[in-house]
Design a protein around this ligand. Structure first.
Ligand code: SAM
Ligand code: SF4
Length: 330
């Protein structure tokens, strides 16, 4: 029986954060002195992640995404991709900053990874360095084209748009989709507990509607049908373009009511929502010697009780979110 929550809607998408560590410290995600990483033994092991993923597949999950922190910094990540890649999934994806992707991409592809989302917020090397607090533009850029070459379908580029920082590059990013099958996704910046730089607070937000208007001034956007969509973005085609343009808007809708996903943090907490403060302690449950059947039953019962009706952004516009994105996976 598929996993159904209190809204009577199927939850078929599991997002797994495999580490809270990252080689970058993006200004919108982490404070300049980084965050305190949890001790390694606190992280779920690959055996535990695989076990939980298998139970979720039994419960009806058909899509899995691996995220972080930065998933490619976790040791032997290919091993985990290989294990998850063997599960009967309709979609298996990874969100990465791309810096370490190039040498791993081949193995990921062979191990059954279907798609990659790569975060890239600027095409300017110097801006990149100040934004990621890391000098890595060339490696990320090369990884994008390697991923396209290897046939990950589609390769999605995530750009967090920030007023006065990279909004002048919106058209340059749209142009990347003219000749290549990239999906360019503009993400509305969310002030969070991670990105503590005050300069990157509310004044940096450009609302999705505004972003869409900016793009529409120069390009004809045609909505893509629901059946063609592969994520939460509002997706558009532009005549003559090989790629697509998407907009991700955490504020516009109380999107819990249409959200089909559930999140497993690197510490083994199950979260119904990116903005949930706590979560269900799956790691504690399985480390206390429970069987897979017991885990399945427990998740099935809790999901009806715990799933929130809406996330805090939906009801209160532009609040500061008590979430460190690198710890829940964005
Ligand atoms: N390290 C990987 C990466 O950067 O793609 C995966 C983890 S990251 C937390 C996942 C996504 O969250 C990225 O696309 C990133 O741009 C997004 N993100 C992080 N902080 C954000 C914020 N304050 N507002 C909007 N998006 C954010
Ligand atoms: Fe790292 Fe991704 Fe957060 Fe940037 S957005 S600091 S790459 S986890």
């Amino acid at each position: 029986m598929p996993l159904i929550d209190g809204f009577n809607r199927k939850i078929d998408y599991l997002r797994i954060s495999v580490t809270d560590r990252c080689n970058f410290r993006c200004v919108y995600c982490m404070p300049s002195d980084g965050v305190e990483f949890v001790p390694r033994e606190e992280l779920l092991t690959y055996d535990e992640i695989e076990r939980i993923a298998k139970v979720f597949v039994r419960l009806g999950v058909e899509k899995i995404r691996i995220s972080g922190g930065e998933p490619t910094v976790r040791k032997d990540i290919v091993e985990l991709v290989h294990r998850i890649g063997k599960l009967p999934l309709k979609s298996f994806a990874m969100t990465t900053n791309g810096y370490l992707l190039n040498p791993l991409a081949d193995e990921f592809k062979k191990s059954g990874l279907h798609r990659v989302n790569i975060s890239l917020d600027t095409l300017d090397k110097n801006k990149f360095k100040s934004l990621a607090r890391f000098d890595g533009f060339d490696q990320v850029w090369n990884a994008i084209w390697r991923a396209v070459e290897l046939g990950f379908t589609p390769v999605k580029l995530n750009m967090v748009v920030m007023n006065g920082f990279n909004d002048g590059e919106i058209y340059d990013f749209v142009e990347l989709a003219r000749k290549t099958p990239l999906h360019i996704r503009f993400i509305e910046y969310m002030p969070s507990s991670g990105g503590l730089g005050n300069e990157f607070e509310h004044a940096r937000i450009i609302k999705t509607e505004q972003l869409k208007n900016i793009v529409s001034q120069h390009y004809e956007l045609t909505p893509v049908t629901e059946s063609e969509k592969t994520g939460p973005a509002k997706l558009f085609e532009i005549p003559g373009f090989a790629g697509k343009i998407g907009f991700i808007d955490p504020y516009a809708e109380h999107f819990c009511s249409s959200c089909n996903r559930i999140r497993l943090t690197s510490l083994g907490k199950l979260k119904w929502c990116l903005f949930s403060n706590d979560g269900l302690d799956v790691k504690g449950f399985i480390r206390s010697g429970r069987s897979d059947d017991e885990l399945e039953q427990w998740i099935r019962e809790r999901i009806i009780i715990d799933k929130p009706e809406h996330h805090p952004l939906g009801i209160s516009d532009m609040i500061h979110v008590n979430t460190v994105f690198s710890q829940v996976g964005g």
